[in-house]
Write a protein of this length. Structure first.
Ligand code: GLN
Length: 573
């Protein structure tokens, strides 16, 4: 079919120059969107590419190479993965990583030497999307004990082995509002939930009681195997004997909890208390890296299917339960405030890990050993907050009804969104729509005022304004009309005490509440284009841009991203 041939040709053209591509160009295209050539969906292609070695690849050879994995290749080349603009998204992550890095508040956990002596400067962030796109920054390959991060998975394991009814006959599903190692129980004598120590010890008891013939070590190995599957075999799940020995030597409080549980309602099926505690403490002593934990989190985000292997590791129903528990209890007695501001299911551990899940989109993990008063990693929590400040990840960001307060949604390609909105706006404008006219007017005035930042407006600047207006607002303007508008504004600037730019800023601030995100971005983008037209953004232009962005309630970080994007684009030309 001709249409099919066209599509194939378009795919090839996207990676080719002068009729040829190379293994390197194809690899680059794959890694740019965050995937690896080792991806399970590209296995055949990888082998075929290897056979190709250094040879140039023409369209026929290309078709042969990608034939069996066309769908994935097409999604990669056409930027249709769940986060289409991966490099831009990663750039924003890098900025947040850098902003959080200087925070040295908090302190390492000090109840055992291995945690007390860990390098507090370590700082790593790792992400994995539900399409397997990965990005890592800093100390993401440092092994550390996962501690309480183990709790949701041991809970999921218990659910899978013993079912919901049996499990929750022994453990509640209520936030405790108390420190993680607290000895209090629900009025019916069950621990509050699987994420406080009492609940996790009870979960360990449930698991132990279900495997009477297996040792604590063997049961722990089963749980480690589950972690391995969850992180798609990325890295090796290890066990720290040293952590386990120290944990056991200092576990007075955990022993107190276990005896309390045994004395009140009893451990399930009269299971041995020491075996129970050994499983609990062993799970705390499992060692992983942030990079691995991010893939595990992505598997949870993906309903239990590991994005890196495509294997269904846990049933989706069970993942739902696990995420719900993480949401209300994952961040200890700060879980309420965390849900309030971040709104994501997450779990922290006292070694400094935080693992968080953006359902249907991605998982991420951070590692930084200094903890706050609740026992959560200071930088980890700060990272989550900033991430949700910038992106529509809070569970209730979906309520925004199209207005996201200039938060970005990385699920949507910038290009697609702009294109769609611009064509709507153009269409409405051609019918004289009031809203569209207002947007046009604000964009036009902003552009003129950017040029007037240095007091004067050149003919070349007028030409840029005209073409930008036509190009992005879709509305042509006569140069003579533009000229008289600009001269008028210049005269006003000379005549009045309050500069007209201040008036514009005030008007933008007033109007912005009635404009949707895209209209506001469009106004700012018009101003950028004009500011960038001569190849760089002058200081007074930069200052005016910042004021316009602020008046439009657009985050300064978003503005900086736009500036970078424009500068990159200009550099390419
Ligand atoms: N090993 C620690 C304990 O049981 C784990 C607690 C945690 O990470 N919050 O006290």
């Amino acid at each position: 079919m001709p249409e099919d041939t066209d599509r194939l040709r378009a795919l090839f053209d996207a990676v080719a120059t002068d009729g040829f591509t190379s293994a390197e160009a194809i690899h680059n295209c794959i890694s740019e969107c965050g995937l690896s050539i080792d991806d399970h969906r590209l296995r055949t292609m990888r082998t075929r590419l290897q056979a190709q070695q250094q040879r140039p690849i023409d369209q026929e050879a290309f078709t042969d190479i990608v034939r069996d994995e066309l769908l994935t290749v097409s999604r990669i080349v056409r930027r249709q993965l769940v986060v289409p603009d991966w490099p831009e998204f990663c750039q924003a992550i890098r900025r947040i990583y850098d902003e959080v890095a200087p925070d040295r508040s908090g302190a390492n956990a000090n109840y055992i030497p291995i945690l007390r002596d860990a390098d507090p400067e370590k700082w790593g962030v790792a992400l994995c999307s539900v399409d397997g796109q990965r990005f890592c920054l800093g100390d993401v390959d440092v092994y550390h004990s996962i501690q309480s991060v183990s709790k949701p998975l041991t809970y999921a394991y218990a659910l899978s082995k013993e079912g919901e009814e049996f499990t929750h006959a022994h453990v509640g599903m209520e936030p405790s509002g108390r420190p993680f190692n607290d000895l209090s129980l629900l009025p019916d004598l069950r621990p509050f939930n699987p994420c406080v120590n009492a609940g996790a010890i009870m979960i360990a008891g449930i698991v132990a009681s279900g495997s009477p013939d297996r040792s604590a070590r063997e049961v722990t190995q089963d749980i480690m195997d589950l972690w391995t599957a969850l992180c798609g075999g990325v890295g090796e799940v290890r066990f720290s004997e040293e952590t386990m020995l120290s944990e056991r030597a200092t576990a007075h409080n955990n022993f107190a909890i276990a005896y309390l549980l045994q004395g009140r309602k009893g451990l399930p099926r009269n299971v041995d208390l020491h075996k129970t505690l050994d499983i609990y403490l062993s799970c705390c002593s499992i060692e992983m890296t942030a990079s691995m934990l991010s893939v595990a989190a992505a598997t949870l985000a993906n309903g239990g299917v590991c994005p890196v292997t495509g294997v269904q590791v846990l049933p989706t129903e069970l993942v739902k339960r696990t995420l719900a528990v993480m949401q209300f209890a994952g961040m200890y007695d700060n879980a309420g405030a965390f849900t309030f501001s971040v709104g994501l299911p997450a779990k922290s551990g006292v070694a400094g890990a935080v693992m968080a899940v953006v359902p249907n989109l991605m998982g991420f993990a951070t590692f930084s050993p200094r903890l706050d008063a609740y026992g959560n990693s200071v930088r980890g929590v700060a990272f989550c907050r900033q991430l949700v400040d910038r992106f529509t990840f809070h569970v209730y960001d979906s309520l925004s009804g199209g207005r996201t307060g200039c938060k970005q949604d990385p699920r949507e390609s910038q290009r697609n969104r702009k294109h769609r909105d611009l064509s709507d706006l153009r269409w409405a404008l051609s019918y004289g729509d009031r809203y569209a006219s207002k947007v046009r007017d604000l964009a036009l005035t902003s552009m003129i005022d950017i040029c007037l930042g240095d007091g004067d407006i050149e003919d070349s600047e007028l030409a840029v304004i005209a073409s930008t207006l036509e190009d992005i607002v879709g509305s042509p303007i006569e140069v003579s009309e533009l000229e008289s508008l600009a001269r008028n504004r210049q005269a006003q600037a000379l005549a009045s005490a309050i500069p007209p730019f201040e008036g514009l800023v005030a008007r933008l601030a007033q109007e912005q509440v009635h404009l949707d995100d895209n209209a506001r971005e469009l106004i700012l983008e018009s101003a950028f284009r004009v500011a960038c037209a001569d190849g760089e953004v002058e200081p007074q232009e930069h200052e005016r841009l910042l004021k316009i962005a602020e008046a439009l309630a657009i985050h300064a970080g978003v503005l900086q991203l736009e500036i970078d994007r424009f500068q990159r684009k200009l550099a390419k030309r």
